[in-house]
Design a protein around this ligand. Structure first.
Ligand SMILES: [Zn+2]
Length: 107
């Protein structure tokens, strides 16, 4: 994945466009791989290449973050779910764990 992203981004940082050595790169998640997000969207979505960018530093890593709960997050996650053909998976998870998802009054 790292090598593929590296050639895709022509060896440059996604944020500041500085040329990078492959060994120095960081794979940054746009929607972070927190437990909440992994439960909500599932691993294949969070670790999908569309959710990853190759960056040169922690500073640039922070800059690729999508704001939590934003439309950008929903759009990105939905487009990856479509690519993976798992739209609606969240609903299935919700049915399996109603006590978690019913807490805040959503169906
Ligand atoms: Zn950078």
């Amino acid at each position: 994945m790292r090598t593929r992203k590296y050639s895709e981004q022509k060896g440059k940082c996604f944020v500041c466009h500085k040329p990078m050595e492959l060994m120095q790169t960081q794979l940054a998640h746009r929607v972070p791989q927190s437990k909440i997000n992994l439960d909500k969207y599932s691993k294949p979505v969070i670790h999908h290449e569309d959710n990853l960018r190759l960056v040169c530093s922690l500073k640039c890593n922070a800059a690729v973050l999508v704001r939590p709960g934003s439309i950008g997050e929903t759009d990105l996650m939905l487009s990856i779910e479509k690519k993976l053909g798992i739209v609606g998976l969240r609903r299935k998870i919700r049915q399996k764990m109603p006590n978690i998802y019913n807490k805040n009054g959503h169906n």
